[in-house]
Write a protein that binds this ligand. Structure first.
Ligand SMILES: Nc1ncnc2c1ncn2[C@@H]1O[C@H](COP(=O)(O)OP(=O)(O)OP(=O)(O)O)[C@@H](O)[C@H]1O
Ligand SMILES: [Mg+2]
Length: 413
C-alpha cells in the first residue's frame, strides 16, 4: 500500500465515480478514475436499496482503479447526503476558573466535548455526530474571534459550532457495501462540502456562498458566510423527479423523459415568457408515447413548464434554509449550482429570479492529471472528496507520519 495515494468514491443515485490521487507536498495529482452507472432502484435518495448491486458496482470501480494504479486500495473516502444528514449550529459556554485566567487548549477541548455529549444525548442512538466545526469563539460575551483563543484571558468562554448529524443506518449500509467490496471507509464528508471544495473559491466563502449540488436523487446544500460554514442540508429532490414528472405528464417512457429534459428543457419558463421568447417556447417537438411510438407533439414551453415547477419547489424549499441561519446579511452571497442537474438550460436564470442573488454553474477545479472529460458539474463531489481526503493525509503525515501504514497493519494482523 502506497500511503501517499488517496481514493474517493462518490456513490450517487446515477453512478459510482471513483478517483485516486497521489498526495504530494505541493498538491495532488489524479492517477486514476473510473465510473460505473447504476440502474434505477440501486441507490434511492442517498440510501442503498440494493446492497448486492451497490457492492458489485463499488467492487468493479475499485478493481479498475487498482489495475490503473498498480496498487491495492484498502481505504476509501466517501460522501454522505440524501436527507440522512443535517447541519445545525450550537453554542455553549463555560466559566473559566479561576476567573480571568489564561485560556488554554484544555478549555477548548472541554467545551468541544461538552457540545458533543449534549448533542449525542439529544439526538439519540440512531444518529451519529460526524463533525463539530468551530465557527467562532466569544470571550466574556464581547471579544469575538474565529481562531482558537488560546493565550487570551477571560471569565467565560463561548464556542459556536456547526454540527453535522447523520442517520446511522444508511451510513452503516454504505460502509458495509465498501467492506464487502474489499475496502474500509477512511473519511466521510457531507456531499455538499466535497462539491464546495471542488467548485467554490475561498473569496466566495468569505463574501457568502450558497452551494447547491443538484444530482439525480438529491440536492445537497451548504452555505458559507464570513469564510465559515453556516448551514448544511440535503433535500430529497433531484433531476430524477423531473424525469418522472415529464414521464407522467407527457405520457412518455422514463428513460426517454430524461433525454427530453436534457435536449429540450429550460429551467426558467416564466423568464422566457417575460422576455417574449415565444419562438423557443412554442417550438414543437415529437416525442415517444408510452407505447413506444414516435407520435406525440409537445412544445418546448410544455416541457420547460414541468421542469420549472419542480425546480421552483426545490428552490423554494432551500430559501428558508439560508434565511433561518440568522445570518442577516446575504446581500453579497453568490449561488453556485453544481451536480449533473446544473446542466439544465438556464438554471442560473431561474436561481437568480427566485433567490435574487447572482448565480453561476460550478465546474470542478482543474487538478493535475485529471482528464478534461471530468471538467463537468456531475464530477464535483468525487473530485472534492479526493481533495478533502488528501488534505487529511497531509495533515496526519505532519502529526503521525506512519498513521496510514499503521491502519493498514491493524487491519491484517
Ligand atoms: N445535459 C443535462 N441536462 C439536464 N440534466 C442533466 C444533464 N446531464 C445530466 N443531467 C442530470 O443530472 C443527474 C445526474 O447528476 P449527478 O451525476 O450529479 O447525480 P448523482 O450524483 O448520481 O445523484 P445524487 O447526488 O442525487 O445521489 C440526472 O438526473 C441527469 O438527468
Ligand atoms: Mg451526487
Amino acid at each position: 500500500m502506497n500511503e501517499n495515494i488517496v481514493t474517493a468514491l462518490d456513490i450517487g443515485t446515477s453512478k459510482v465515480f471513483g478517483i485516486s490521487a497521489l498526495v504530494k507536498d505541493t498538491g495532488i495529482e489524479v492517477i486514476a478514475t473510473d465510473i460505473q452507472n447504476l440502474s434505477e432502484d440501486v441507490i434511492k435518495k442517498g440510501r442503498v436499496i440494493d446492497i448486492e448491486e451497490t457492492t458489485n458496482t463499488i467492487f468493479s470501480v475499485l478493481k479498475n482503479l487498482q489495475t490503473k494504479i498498480g496498487e491495492n486500495i484498502d481505504w476509501v473516502s466517501i460522501g454522505i447526503g440524501g436527507g440522512h444528514l443535517k447541519g445545525e449550529n450550537y453554542t455553549k459556554s463555560i466559566s473559566i476558573e479561576p476567573s480571568g485566567r489564561e485560556i488554554n487548549d484544555n478549555d477548548i477541548q472541554i467545551l468541544r466535548r461538552e457540545i458533543k455529549n449534549t448533542l449525542t444525548a439529544e439526538k439519540g442512538p440512531d444518529k451519529k455526530i460526524l463533525y463539530t466545526v468551530s465557527r467562532q469563539y466569544k470571550i466574556d460575551n464581547l471579544n469575538i474571534t474565529k481562531k482558537e483563543p488560546v493565550g487570551m484571558h477571560g471569565n467565560t468562554l463561548e464556542m459556536s459550532v456547526h454540527a453535522i448529524t447523520v442517520d446511522r443506518n444508511p451510513l452503516q449500509d454504505i460502509e458495509n457495501c465498501i467492506k464487502n467490496a474489499g475496502a474500509q471507509t477512511e473519511w466521510i464528508y457531507p456531499h455538499s462540502w466535497a462539491a464546495a471544495e471542488a467548485v467554490v473559491t475561498e473569496e466566495e466563502k468569505k463574501v457568502g456562498c450558497l452551494l447547491l449540488d443538484i444530482g439525480k436523487g438529491t440536492t445537497d446544500i451548504c452555505f458559507f458566510t464570513d469564510g465559515v460554514i453556516a448551514a448544511t442540508d440535503s433535500i430529497k429532490i433531484g433531476g430524477g423527479l423531473i424525469d418522472s414528472d415529464l414521464s407522467l405528464i407527457l405520457h412518455t417512457p422514463l428513460t426517454y423523459a430524461e433525454e427530453i429534459k436534457k435536449t429540450y428543457g429550460y429551467a426558467c419558463y416564466p423568464t422566457l415568457l417575460k422576455e417574449d421568447k415565444n419562438n423557443i417556447l412554442s417550438q414543437q417537438v415529437e416525442i415517444l408515447s408510452t407505447s413506444g411510438k414516435l407520435s406525440k407533439n409537445v412544445t418546448i414551453g410544455q416541457i420547460s413548464n414541468i421542469i420549472y415547477d419542480r425546480l421552483n419547489e426545490l428552490f423554494s424549499k432551500i430559501k428558508p434554509i439560508i434565511m433561518n441561519t440568522g445570518e442577516a446579511n446575504i446581500v453579497g452571497t453568490n449561488i453556485v449550482i453544481t451536480g449533473g442537474s446544473a446542466k439544465i438550460k438556464d438554471i442560473t436564470a431561474l436561481s437568480e429570479e427566485i433567490f435574487g442573488l447572482p448565480s453561476r454553474i460550478g465546474i470542478p477545479k482543474n487538478l493535475p492529471g485529471l482528464e478534461t472529460t471530468y471538467h463537468q458539474p456531475e464530477f464535483s463531489t468525487g473530485i472534492g472528496l479526493v481533495m478533502l481526503a488528501s488534505q487529511q493525509v497531509r495533515k496526519q503525515k505532519k502529526i503521525f507520519p506512519f498513521q496510514r501504514v499503521k491502519k493498514f497493519f491493524e487491519r491484517f494482523f
